[in-house]
Design a protein around this ligand. Structure first.
Ligand SMILES: NC(=O)c1ccc[n+]([C@@H]2O[C@H](COP(=O)([O-])OP(=O)(O)OC[C@H]3O[C@@H](n4cnc5c(N)ncnc54)[C@H](OP(=O)(O)O)[C@@H]3O)[C@@H](O)[C@H]2O)c1
Length: 350
């Protein structure tokens, strides 16, 4: 079988909507696979808010023409180049969000999958061997769960462990909202001994998160607009050690007001973006807060995360799985747009 047909999705139509994504068929020639490359059979693709923002034209990084969307895949290796020594046919792997970010602090995201370079919403993909992270042979994770490690998993891990001043057991972690980043951070922080607090727009979502994922404290930010005060009350007036900040300019002041003197705020999301940035410098200075921008993370962080999740046999928060047809792909994007989900949405690839 020197060549075969690959079904995949591309933005063939610039409608500033996920409806600009169309299914196409292209040929893969296995003789073209380089000696340092591997051929992946993709099994599952986890979606992120980023994928919706890219489709809607609101993502703050340049997007390639005719893009293959998606960054987070679980795959099986079905062919290896002649010089590849650390991977073999049959290995289960996950993609690295930014294949060029191997070690250390953040890179500029220009080489991250599914934005400025082609992504993974495809049956097959050829990548350099260093662009994937191997799962343990006896991994307990389903393909759908493992795909969730790539972006939201590594982002959460980076927020807690990506600097010298790492999370330690007994500290308090605040998560904003009940999406992928928040629920994954909750799972990781709880397993490592954190006291956890989560906010949401909905009591129903909070009830579910308490029952399913065992969060310690919940706050509805719609019915409690002064939610930062509730966080202070829950922490005896001190504030939390870590904030998983998903709202951006819309929530940063309250997040910082809810942070302990000397605590850390991981600036991750832009869900509550406002045009006018509040004056946060007084809080940074007066409360010695460390405000840290996060851009997912490196292959090294992904390897640490895989090891921790495997050792603790943690489950990843897949709320719903969709098929690979165009209708199902649109349904998955529509569900992200509705913001009714809790945790992660995943497309299963045939
Ligand atoms: N910097 C990075 O490395 C990085 C990595 C991953 C994601 N992100 C960004 O982080 C954010 C979250 O990503 P995600 O994939 O977890 O999104 P998601 O799964 O779509 O989750 C979004 C959830 O956040 C909550 N939310 C919405 N607006 C909010 C607001 N103004 N304040 C507080 N909560 C709000 C809602 O939950 P409730 O209804 O429960 O409130 C919503 O369902 C996005 O902006 C994404 O682009 C950044």
């Amino acid at each position: 079988m020197a060549q075969f047909e690959n079904t995949l999705y591309r933005f063939t139509d610039k409608k500033s909507s996920y409806k600009g994504i169309q299914q196409v068929k292209e040929t893969i020639n296995v003789n073209d696979i380089g000696k340092n490359e591997v051929l992946l059979k993709i099994k599952a693709v986890a979606l992120n808010y980023r994928d919706f923002a890219i489709a809607a034209g609101s993502y703050p990084v340049g997007i390639k023409d005719n893009l293959i969307p998606g960054s987070d895949a679980t795959a099986e290796i079905i062919q290896v180049g002649s010089a590849v020594s650390d991977l073999e046919v049959g290995d289960r792997v996950i993609t690295n969000f930014d294949p060029e970010n191997l070690y250390g602090q953040s890179k500029n995201l220009k080489t991250a999958l599914g934005a400025a370079v082609d992504g993974v919403l495809s049956q097959y993909k050829v990548v350099p061997s260093y662009a994937v992270n191997k799962l343990p042979k006896d991994s307990h994770l389903t393909d759908e769960e493992a795909a969730c490690l790539v972006c939201t998993g590594v982002t959460s891990w980076n927020a807690l462990y990506g600097t010298a001043d790492k999370f330690i057991a007994g500290q308090t972690v605040l998560m904003l909202g009940t999406g992928g980043v928040s629920i994954t951070s909750l799972i990781l922080a709880k397993a490592a001994g954190a006291v956890t607090i989560i906010t949401s727009s909905s009591d129903e979502k909070l009830k579910y998160v308490k029952e399913k994922w065992g969060v310690d404290h919940t706050i509805n930010y719609n019915t409690n607009p002064d939610w930062e005060q509730q966080v202070l009350d829950l922490t005896h007036g001190e504030g939390v050690d870590f904030v998983i900040e998903n709202g951006g300019s819309g929530t940063i002041m309250k997040s910082m007001a809810a942070t302990k003197v000397g605590g850390q705020v991981a600036s991750i999301g832009f869900l509550g973006h406002t045009k006018e940035m509040p004056d946060i410098m007084s809080l940074v200075l007066l409360r010695s807060i460390r405000l840290r921008g996060i851009a997912v993370g490196s292959k090294q962080l992904a390897e640490e995360l895989i090891r921790f999740v495997h050792a603790k046999k943690l489950r990843m928060p897949v709320e719903q799985t969709f098929g690979f047809s165009t209708d199902q792909v649109y349904e998955a994007y529509a569900k992200i747009e509705s913001q009714t989900h809790i945790g992660k949405l995943v497309i299963k690839v045939d």
